[in-house]
Structures are given as structure tokens and as C-alpha cells.
Design a protein around this ligand. Structure first.
Ligand SMILES: [Zn+2]
Length: 546
């Protein structure tokens, strides 16, 4: 009897606890298929090539009595919620990234989300990262045992002739100490799966994939093909994380959370009514406002212009969105040099922003690559820039120049809340009369002494109270059946969920008997295609009268 509990999600990847006849092991895991799936040994017809045509598959593939339930691209979904499913021959697709991604999307699309995925004979220490990233949870040691038979030494960096590797001293595991290649290879796989599990728990598997994939062109290609389908990967991407987002690779610009920030900036965000915009450089310290340079910029600007930060890889960060994930979380290598691809991508975002939102004056208070990006954007959308400096923007001369350039301009109302609400919930809320208190970035918003919102300083998300939700007329609702939840809301209780809900979003639970505030533990898509698990982690619950 196999049971499992998905506890963590990181994009497509998951981590949790697997119970086999009462023995509990964390997954992703390396399992012994003979113990976990005893019937699999004697079942025929479970191993049909992934590329086999439908007629062949329906004749020869025996999906059989699980576990595991056999899934195949040419087959309608035979799996149910709670099943362990198996995609045989999955390792063969690693050599064909385009096909890999096509089949993965097909299989993920038709299989319930709360299934555990087994890739038999597929995992090597060098491929675990991308298999976990693709949503596989269970592996076995068949592939590493084959490498042992071939005299190959497995490492996360690849497979090497064992004779060379043994003498190099690059591993000191029990297998290597005893000259046992087979044991080394099995341990290397177990260690790499444990590492992937740790990164999933930290919600930073993407960073591990960006690092590991460099040794194999096919792995890079799979990551890029997945990124290229933004609409598909965005649904899996959590709305926020608490840790650092390391944007150290060229591909970081393409990851779903980075693209989502730009998409929401251009589709949801509503800027304040301002006649002047000042373009500023980013700072290493986040949120920007806490950095020395930004304190000086803010002092010089003194509220007389809308502040917009030009930065890689996010593009453009209006001052009000500096806490919104990943603006407060990203870390990039700072070289002062912006490559052509970066410039083209970021100037594209800036140009689209200025095409949507017209200012009478746009002042570039920038230098280097950021200045070049601003000039490219201005040329693309036909606006004229004014310059308050061309070097050392935080220097006294530049700041004095900026102050003079803003002489006579009117002060804007500081309305961080309005901008954040528009970006997070997609609505235009009347914020007049709402007071801000607290010590930045730990801010609270209230009206008539009733708290409406607070900023979660870990994720940068706004947390609405019940009174706060009253100001948000629609969206981000999870409708539940006629019951009073005890603790969290579980999937079976969910009747409907707003399609825009992603893992980590603040939501309002609405039922005939209660309303509750909380955080979505999965996307609305997953709530609808699962039968088990926590849908919403409830913060506060209110029983309705009558
Ligand atoms: Zn070793």
C-alpha cells in the first residue's frame, strides 16, 4: 500500500512524504521497484516506446492494475487522484529536448495533479535536477547500475571513465574508499536526489537547475523550452518566495516569475497621476529604499516625481512595487556591463511602459548600461529624455542637478498601497483616507482605526484583513461548500477557485457559513484537478450570521 503527501511545491517539482506499507520516506526518492511495486516485475506490456503510434500503444501497452499506473503520450489518462504513475522510457527523451517538453506538457495536462510520478531506469546524478524540475518524484538505481557495468563513474557533472576518476580523488564516499564503483554510483544518485529535495524545500530548485544544466546542452535546452511556454510554466510558478532569487544566468530573465513581474507591470499596475518621472538605477541592497544611494535619491526628489528603477533582469520597478516579489528578493552579478540581449529585453519593457503611461517629463538619472537602456526605450517609444547626470548618480553634483531639475514641480501623494494592490489583485482601489504606519518595509494600512492591509516582509505580498477584502470587489476568491473548516481548507471542500490564483496568493475563502482569509497552498488549476491536499492555509475565519 503506497500513500503520499505532497508538502512542498517548487514550480513543477514537489517534495513530501511517501509511506510504503507504513515505512515513511521523504520524496523525491530513490526506491527499489521490486519492493515498492512487486507486481511490476511480472506485468508485461508496460514498456512501450514513447514515440509509438496510438494504434500500437492501444494494442500492446498494458496499463494494468497499479501501482504504478502506466501513462503514455498516445494514451488517454488512465490515472486517478492519489495514484503513482509511471512514464516508461522517459530517459530516452532527454536526448530530444523539444519532444521531452511536448510530451511532458501532454502528460501533465491530462494526469491529475495529485499523482506521484515514477521515471524508471532514468535517473543519473547528472539528470536528477532536470527530472525533478519536470515534476518526477520517484527514481530507481537501474541507470546508475548500468553505468557501473559500463565502467563509468557517475557525478552530478557527468559520467567519466572509472579508472581515471578513481585516481583523481574527487570522491571519498564509502564506495570509493573500498574501490566499489557500483556503491559509489548508487550513493552519488542518492546524494543528488537528497540535494534536489533540499532545494525544493528551500523553493530554489530553479537555481540548482541553472547551475547543474551547464554540463549538458540537452538539459539547458529543456529548461529553455519550458521557459519559452510562459503561459504553461507561469501557472506552476509560486507568486512569491521568501528567500533570495539568484538571477545569475542569462536564462534568469526568462524564468516565469521574472516575466510575470513585467507582465503585471504592463497589464495590471496603475501608476499615480504624475507629470514627471525620474529613472533611477537599482541598488544591491533590497528593498532599494533602504540603500544609501536611494535614501539620497529620495531626499533630492522629495516626492516631486514618480520614481522608476531600471534594473536587470526585472526591467522596470516603480517605487511602490519595490517590495513585490521578486523586486525585494533578486540578486544579480554586478559588473557594470549590460549585454546586448539584456539591453534589448529591458528596453522593450521600459518602452512598453512609456507607451502605456505618458508623462510630461522623463528625467534620466542614470549611468552606464541602465542609461543606454533608457535611451533605447525612449527612441523606441518616441519620448524625449532629460538628463540630470551621466555618471555617479548618487554623487553630490548629480543630486544637486536633479533637485534643480525638479524645482517648482508639485509633490505627489505617496501611495504605495494603491500601486501594490493594482499589481497583486489587479484592481484600482480608492485609497484616500487610508493611513500608513509602521517602519518600512513593515507597513500597516488602516482606515477609521480598522486595519485593512499589512505587508508580509518575507514575501512582499499584501495581506488583507476582512475589511481589506471589502475593498477588493472581485478575484482571488475560493468558494467552499456548506461547512465550517477546522483549520486549513482541504481540496475536497473547494467548489470553485478564481483562475488567477497561484501557489502562495492571498485569497478570501467564501462559503455559505463562513468567510476566511488565508494563503493558497496551490494554484486554482491544481485545486480543480486534485482530490486531496491543503488548498488554502487559513489565517482567520469568521462565521456568518444566520
Ligand atoms: Zn564515491
Amino acid at each position: 500500500m503506497i500513500r503520499f503527501d505532497i508538502r512542498e511545491r517548487d514550480g513543477c517539482a514537489r517534495a513530501g512524504i511517501l509511506a510504503i506499507d507504513g515505512t515513511r520516506v521523504p520524496f523525491p526518492a530513490v526506491i527499489d521497484p521490486a519492493t515498492v511495486f512487486p507486481s511490476l516485475v511480472s506485468r508485461g506490456g508496460t514498456n512501450v516506446p514513447l514515440s509509438a503510434p496510438p494504434a500500437f500503444v492501444s494494442t500492446y501497452l498494458a496499463t494494468g492494475e497499479g501501482p504504478p499506473v502506466i501513462i503514455h503520450p498516445a494514451l488517454a489518462n488512465p490515472a486517478e487522484s492519489g495514484d503513482v504513475v509511471m512514464a516508461a522510457n522517459w530517459h530516452t527523451t532527454l536526448a530530444n529536448p523539444r519532444q521531452y517538453v511536448r510530451w511532458l506538457k501532454d502528460l501533465k495536462g491530462k494526469t491529475p495533479a495529485d499523482t506521484l510520478w515514477y521515471a524508471p531506469a532514468a535517473a543519473l546524478p547528472s539528470s536528477v535536477h532536470i527530472l525533478c524540475y519536470s515534476g518526477f518524484d520517484l527514481f530507481d538505481s537501474t541507470a546508475v547500475d548500468l553505468k557501473s557495468a559500463q565502467g563509468l563513474f557517475c557525478m552530478p557533472e557527468g559520467e567519466f571513465p572509472a579508472d581515471d576518476a578513481r585516481e583523481s580523488g574527487m570522491c571519498s564516499c564509502e564506495g570509493c574508499r573500498n574501490g566499489d564503483l557500483g556503491l559509489h554510483n548508487r550513493l552519488a544518485l542518492i546524494h543528488e536526489v537528497a540535494l534536489a529535495r533540499y532545494f525544493i524545500g528551500q523553493a530554489s530548485l530553479r537555481e540548482l537547475v541553472e547551475a547543474r544544466c551547464r554540463m549538458n546542452a540537452n538539459h539547458v535546452a529543456i529548461m529553455r523550452h519550458l521557459d519559452a511556454d510562459y503561459a504553461w510554466s507561469e501557472v506552476y510558478a509560486p507568486v512569491a518566495r521568501t528567500g533570495v532569487m539568484r538571477a545569475n544566468a542569462g536564462e534568469s530573465m526568462q524564468r516565469a516569475e521574472v516575466r510575470r513581474f513585467a507582465e503585471r507591470l504592463l497589464s495590471r499596475y496603475r501608476p499615480p497621476r504624475a507629470t514627471v518621472a525620474v529613472l533611477l538605477p537599482c541598488s544591491a541592497k533590497k528593498p532599494y529604499s533602504l540603500s544609501q544611494s536611494h535614501r539620497r535619491f529620495r531626499q533630492a526628489i522629495a516626492g516631486r516625481a514618480h520614481e522608476l528603477v531600471i534594473t536587470s533582469p526585472l526591467g522596470l520597478v516603480p517605487r511602490e512595487l519595490e517590495c513585490v516579489y521578486p523586486a525585494m528578493h533578486y540578486d544579480v552579478p554586478v559588473t557594470g556591463f549590460w549585454d546586448a540581449e539584456e539591453c534589448a529585453y529591458i528596453s522593450g519593457i521600459v518602452a512598453r511602459y512609456f507607451a502605456l503611461h505618458r508623462y510630461e517629463r522623463v528625467i534620466a538619472h542614470l549611468e552606464g548600461g541602465a542609461l543606454r537602456v533608457a535611451e533605447m526605450a525612449a527612441a523606441a517609444c518616441g519620448i524625449a529624455l532629460e538628463y540630470s547626470c551621466r555618471e555617479r548618480p548618487a554623487g553630490d553634483a548629480a543630486l544637486a542637478h536633479l533637485d534643480r531639475a525638479l524645482a517648482g514641480e508639485r509633490r505627489l501623494r505617496d501611495d504605495r498601497l494603491h500601486g501594490m494592490l493594482s499589481c497583486q489583485f489587479g484592481c484600482d482601489v480608492e485609497t484616500r483616507g487610508i493611513l500608513q504606519r509602521g517602519h518600512f518595509p513593515e507597513l500597516f494600512y488602516s482606515r477609521d482605526n480598522r486595519q485593512l492591509f499589512s505587508i508580509d516582509t518575507g514575501t512582499g505580498l499584501l495581506r488583507p484583513t476582512f475589511e481589506g477584502w471589502d475593498l477588493l470587489p472581485q478575484g482571488y476568491r475560493v468558494t467552499i461548500a456548506d461547512f465550517v473548516p477546522e483549520g486549513d481548507v482541504l481540496v475536497p471542500g473547494v467548489l470553485d477557485a478564481d483562475p488567477s490564483i497561484r501557489d502562495g496568493d492571498e485569497v478570501l475563502v467564501v462559503g455559505p457559513r463562513v468567510i476566511a482569509t488565508g494563503r493558497a497552498a496551490m494554484s486554482s488549476q491544481e485545486m480543480k484537478s486534485s482530490r486531496r491536499g491543503v488548498a488554502v492555509r487559513v489565517r482567520k475565519i469568521k462565521k456568518l450570521a444566520g
